[in-house]
Design a protein around this ligand. Structure first.
Ligand code: ATP
Ligand code: MG
Length: 423
């Protein structure tokens, strides 16, 4: 294979043999969103680079080094979206959705980050993303978490654990940032290069470091919990009691700061011990300041994003169920006349029994070869048609998993198949 036909690094094809995992995840997500009143929004993959710089923050890994950015023909800098929240907030503002309104929204689609590819970490990856606008209280924080817990249950995903933290208001965090800056400044030589750089821009980012050599230093740093403002503390206490009441176990992780700058108050992450170092399956938090920061009316907001590749890996790892599509009926047709008549019959049956899944062979090959494929397809029944049958106006219906073959007139075929499949 010539080199330029390979996919780009970190970009994957989801092949038909794997698609059922994705379909299962997505259909459960859609089902759960609909039972909680979340409505779908679809936003562009491309936005002005400036949007992400303003929303996510200049000193984040994403903006500093991970975005796929380029200039368009007019010299304007555009970027493939690295996440959905900024785009959804942009869409809510530019479509006037936020004036005296509340919205519960979700979107599903690809995101792009130029990271070093590893298992569970790719350059194009998919997220299921939920956002709620206009709700200030901790109840919506709890509900969004309960919604994800329900998705895990329905999918059969275990081995995920909830970590929560509160970042406080922007003011409380600004004060904490200074305390943190002093702490790390005094230990400047122990910082890795990334952290030294972050110290000036945003020392909070240091807490998010994935470098194991930094762990001890980070563990000794002053805790955000000691610098929380009173209102955020009350908000956080109430969230915890709502989660307790709903029987959702969690751990308070005071080092959980998240990799994006826009969060305030509640942040949370569902982590797993089943996927190695890519342990975050779903992460999110409150971002009460972001809408005004992007030029909209002050609107409290909270959201999360689930990494679909990681959720699929978990489902596979844990042996969760994900039904594979198989046809109910396989049409075997030999001879020109049979092929033409069979095609017509299949249409007739599809119209009469809309749920029935019919696969037609269409190869024009030998009966033997077609039966092999019929078996492999997983279908329960074969409808067999040769030129002789066409003359007689009937088809043979053959159970592929044992049972008697039977001749059925064309007129009776749809009802006969329906009775066999549904019975
Ligand atoms: P991580 O700490 O693993 O880098 P993150 O904090 O950057 O995650 P978010 O930006 O909050 O992640 O994105 C939400 C979710 O999207 C993550 O919990 C993860 O499941 C998934 N995710 C993030 N980056 C990637 C990636 N490069 N490839 C696959 N999934 C990803
Ligand atoms: Mg990341």
């Amino acid at each position: 294979m010539s080199e330029n036909i390979e996919p780009l690094r970190g970009m994957n094809d989801v092949l038909p043999a794997e698609a059922h995992w994705w379909n299962r995840l997505e259909s459960v997500a859609r089902e759960v969103f609909s039972t909680y009143g979340y409505r779908e929004i679809r936003v562009p993959l491309l936005e002005r680079t400036q949007l992400f710089k303003r929303a996510i923050g200049e000193h984040t890994d994403i903006v500093e080094k991970e975005m796929f950015s380029f200039e368009d023909r007019d010299g304007q800098s555009l970027s493939l979206r690295p996440e959905a929240t900024a785009s959804i907030v942009r869409a809510a503002i530019s479509n006037g959705l936020l004036h005296n309104q509340k919205h519960r929204l979700f979107t599903i689609g690809p995101m792009f980050r130029g990271e070093r590819p590893q298992k569970g970490r790719y350059r194009q990856f998919y997220q299921i993303d939920a956002e709620a606008f206009g709700y200030a209280g901790p109840e919506v924080d709890a509900e969004l978490i309960l919604l994800t817990a329900r998705m895990w249950r329905l999918l059969g995903i275990s081995r995920v654990h909830l970590e929560i933290n509160s970042l406080g208001t922007a003011e409380a965090r600004a004060r904490y940032r200074e305390v943190l800056r002093e702490y790390f400044q005094a230990r400047f030589d122990q910082l890795d290069a990334d952290s030294q750089r972050r110290l000036q821009g945003n020392p909070l980012r240091i807490l998010d470091s994935k470098n194991a050599d930094m762990a001890a230093l980070i563990a000794g740093a002053p805790s955000l919990a000691d610098h929380l403002d009173e209102e955020s503390r009350i908000h956080f206490e109430r969230l915890k009691s709502l989660l307790d009441a709903a029987d959702v176990p969690y751990t308070v992780n005071p080092r959980l700061v998240r990799g994006l700058d826009y969060y305030s108050r509640t942040v949370f992450e569902w982590v797993t011990d089943a996927l190695g170092s890519q342990n975050a399956v779903c992460s999110g938090g409150r971002y009460d300041g972001l809408v005004t920061q992007l030029g909209g009316e002050a609107t409290p907001a909270i959201g999360w994003a689930m990494g679909m590749e990681r959720a699929v890996l978990l489902m596979q790892e844990l042996g969760c169920e994900a039904p594979v599509e198989t046809p109910d009926v396989y049409f075997v047709m030999a001879g020109d006349q049979a092929l033409a008549r069979g095609l017509q019959l299949a249409e007739q049956v599809r119209s009469a029994v809309p749920n029935l899944k019919i696969e037609t062979d269409l190869s024009g090959g030998s009966f033997k070869a077609q039966f092999k494929r019929a078996d492999k397809s997983g279908a329960q029944l074969a409808v067999v048609l040769g030129d002789d049958e066409v003359v007689r106006g009937e088809a043979s219906v053959k159970p592929l998993r044992g049972g008697e073959q039977k001749a059925v007139s064309f007129d009776a075929l749809a009802a006969h198949l329906e009775a066999l499949i549904q019975g």
